[in-house]
Design a protein around this ligand. Sequence first.
Ligand SMILES: Nc1nc2c(ncn2[C@@H]2O[C@H](COP(=O)(O)OP(=O)(O)OP(=O)(O)O)[C@@H](O)[C@H]2O)c(=O)[nH]1
Ligand SMILES: [Mg+2]
Length: 315
Amino acid sequence: MTLPLAARVLTGDPRAVARAITLIENEDTDAAALIGALFPHTGRAYVIGVTGPPGAGKSTLVDRLIEQARAAGQTVGVIAVDPTSPFTGGAVLGDRVRMQQHATDAGVFVRSMATRGHLGGLARATSDVALVLDAAGKDVVIIETVGVGQDEVEIIRTADVSLVTLVPGTGDDVQAIKAGIMEIADVFVVNKADREGADRLVSSIESNLALHTYGADEWRPPIVKTVAIDGTGLPALGQVIERFRAHGAARHFDRRRARGESRLRELVAHRFMTRLEQQVLAEGELASWVERIATREVDPYTAAEALLARALERR
Ligand SMILES: Nc1nc2c(ncn2[C@@H]2O[C@H](COP(=O)(O)OP(=O)(O)OP(=O)(O)O)[C@@H](O)[C@H]2O)c(=O)[nH]1
Ligand SMILES: [Mg+2]
């Protein structure tokens, strides 16, 4: 069943793409085989990550980026991820997505993803969904994610270019720096530049960048001011993304290698734990270790060693 689905995804059939994404979201047992079949056909799409605090104008910005890509004759896949609220369902999330105007455009595929059911594997699911869109022939894949926490950092790491969106007058600058998002930004977007304080925000990002010494051919994240609602600054943003793409071309493979490695490590760790729980440990055994750690009866290192030993002795 999976193989015909993969073949249909490769033709770009939106219903097949939607179905494939659902398999991934549900962590269906067929998902791994599906990714296996699609993987050789991926690596062509350019993945743009857009992150930033709630209401920063990310979706409005994504909407503009879609327009730009379409004007250039490119097809686009969008993944809107909401890792912040465990209660967010598709409907609420749908409201966050402001790209509905593209709903009738066959060259654009928009999909929302919520936290439900991913149990920390949201970044994994997101990058698999990006692979599906890539395999389906989308030239550009845009991942929108709200917030500046660990999940977002993980998600945004899977992108080829990361845009960090901040807005004036909200203290976002301080927040972002705290959350370590400075390190993952390839481009800073100061959106809502029509508001008071945009230049102040630019300077405060500047002074943070100044703390770091950039090598001669090291990319220094540019800061682009935008007004997403009327499109001001969007051509400049498009040019910066292109410049990054050209700059990064040489190092593109290094990034992919690093991403491949972290993905492999993460998958092996995840599968190891799943097998350990399902095939090695007795019912409730893991929970009892957890309990003993909580009561300080045993430390986590000793517990981990004991579980590892259990896994190895069984071979
Ligand atoms: N004044 C002004 N308002 C903007 C700008 N960009 C977006 N907005 C408005 O800000 C609000 C939030 O925009 P969204 O694009 O939904 O923001 P978001 O970051 O995607 O929001 P979440 O996904 O809910 O986190 C909307 O009312 C937009 O119309 C801008 O450049 N200037
Ligand atoms: Mg949004």
